[in-house]
Design a protein around this ligand. Sequence first.
Ligand SMILES: [Zn+2]
Ligand SMILES: [Zn+2]
Length: 275
Amino acid sequence: MASFTLTWSSLTSAGWPSTCQICGLWFRGSANNRAWCSDCQQNCAPQVARCVHCALLAPHDPHEADTAFNTSSPYSNAAAHWRCGACASHPNPWQWASAAVSYAYPWAGMIVRLKHQQDSALAKPLAQLMVQDRICRDTLASADVWLGVPITHRKLGLRGFNQTDLLVDHIAGALAHCRATSNWATTRPLVQRQDHGPSQQGLGRQQRLRNLKGVFSLTPAGVQATAGRHVVLVDDVYTTGATLTALASAVQQAQPASVHVCVVARTPQNGAAVQ
Ligand SMILES: [Zn+2]
Ligand SMILES: [Zn+2]
């Protein structure tokens, strides 16, 4: 006699109805995203033109925006890509940066909940946002190493998890065909972060850069994993870029083939966190 077992995973994979956390309507969720509906994602995460080096939103100039957007890959035809004035005058210690969405409603609230309200279940749909963005996906899928930005021990103790490791974990699940090494996937950490200095919140880029000098260092396993490899630094939010700059500078010591940056959300202006 045939038996039928109702499990939670069978319900979710079958599309168990959920309430969208953005519009409040019922929708058929998936195993990857039971947090918001596809209509809300489409409306709130449009594909937009960004600076290829810092992911800053391109100005609403149709010519510049078209120039930045009419590209097939973040790794080719660099001259055709738009870059902002700050990146033109002060290049970052990485090549390309991509962001799935802008740090604004509703994504800013989701990230705040993930980080500050311990809502770790949001890591999976936020990672899905990244792999569903064309440029983020190309960047992540081309990498040999995904490196989530380490948080301080103090924050790790308060939060109980590093949100960037959760993001990398779910990116790895979504891009299962990739064999990228990550901090999360190895028992030996690839990069270490020293705990010193005040919180970075509310500080400007220069002050943050001073505070972060020498904070990150690759472990011997990290040097081995990144030397001559394509590395992507993964973070939840790009605000001033100071943390990513400090981490990228540490990774550059190992002479990787390339370093790129991929984040869930980019603030609309340098240093401005809008919620
Ligand atoms: Zn919705
Ligand atoms: Zn830029």
